[in-house]
Ligand binder design. Sequence first.
Ligand SMILES: Nc1ncnc2c1ncn2[C@@H]1O[C@H](COP(=O)(O)OP(=O)(O)O)[C@@H](O)[C@H]1O
Ligand SMILES: [Mg+2]
Length: 362
Amino acid sequence: MSDIRRLPPNSIIGIFGGGQLGRMTALAAARLGYKCHIYAPEQDIPASQVSAATTRASWDDADALEEFARAVDVVTLEFENVPVAAVRRVAAITSVHPGAGVLEICQDRILEKAFLNRIGIATAPWAEVTGLPSLTAAETRLGRPAVLKSARFGYDGKGQAKLIPGAEAAQVLDAVGADRSILEGFIDFALEVSVMVARGQDGEIAAWPAVENRHVNHILDTTIAPARVSPAVVAEADRIARHIAAEIGLIGVMGVEMFVTRDDRVLVNEMAPRVHNSGHWTIDACTTSQFEQLVRIVCGLPLGSTERHSDAVMKNLVGDEVDAWPGILAEPGACLHLYGKAETRPGRKMGHVTRLTPRKGR
Ligand SMILES: Nc1ncnc2c1ncn2[C@@H]1O[C@H](COP(=O)(O)OP(=O)(O)O)[C@@H](O)[C@H]1O
Ligand SMILES: [Mg+2]
């Protein structure tokens, strides 16, 4: 398309959100000669340490948002719960990728599942819950066990509770504590996989191979790349991720989380319209990382090759697991990434290590 604006090096990329995802995006941007300007409300902003500028302001500060929009050449995001009103305010002044329409769907589990089913993608069976009567109706249809999740603002298993046989439905509803939530049938999956997919301003799509994700305490612990699944499952996961990216009109990078059932069906669990923890391995094992790909896309450059030159196991360093860093530095084949967070807290992602081995297979 002729209206793609190719931003030259030295241009300024604005990033909504200042966590480790923004930090690694800024590092990738720096390598290509771009500068980053972070917009985030928090006190401790890991991305700021490696960026040219930071606006520390709330999501509803109209003046700060407009000033930020005028100070940058394009805006992207590393946090999918940026209020859509903030995105629209900035989008009136400069381009924001991905756009507000994509965020609206991905911020709400009900809109997300409805969208997926509408475009022909299978998910867990689900129902909207707005109180005890609708929960009772939903569980009659879906049975137990089931998972109740707040429609909005959940992450790392927060805002979720399992409805198991014998549990009091009212208590589960209270535990989730949301006006709108979604009840999902429980999927007895064989494993969880994800695909990182990228779509450029011209509609070109690239994806990395499906990877296998293991969670501990609802937080991603390990990603194994590539996933140890059949070629048919790899192809199906790839097809699904590309179909979603095209249908939602993604401009940027998206993580699509999926369940692989014991009979090798692939169901989509959720999608995140941003770089994703399960894509960190691409920094050290692929020609183009998820972060560089996002930079290329928002700057109107051609997509990079997603070719993997190594196999990889990415381990998150959560809480005091990060204390192992000196030993990791001494390990051959281990690539250490620390996020510069001021304080170690239980459950907080402090860094990750990607262990590389020579590429085997497809
Ligand atoms: N319907 C389900 N059936 C079985 N396990 C589920 C289901 N939904 C979520 N889980 C488990 O809980 C984890 C977190 O749920 P998810 O919907 O991905 O929320 P979050 O936003 O916290 O990542 C999933 O990775 C999966 O292990
Ligand atoms: Mg998830």
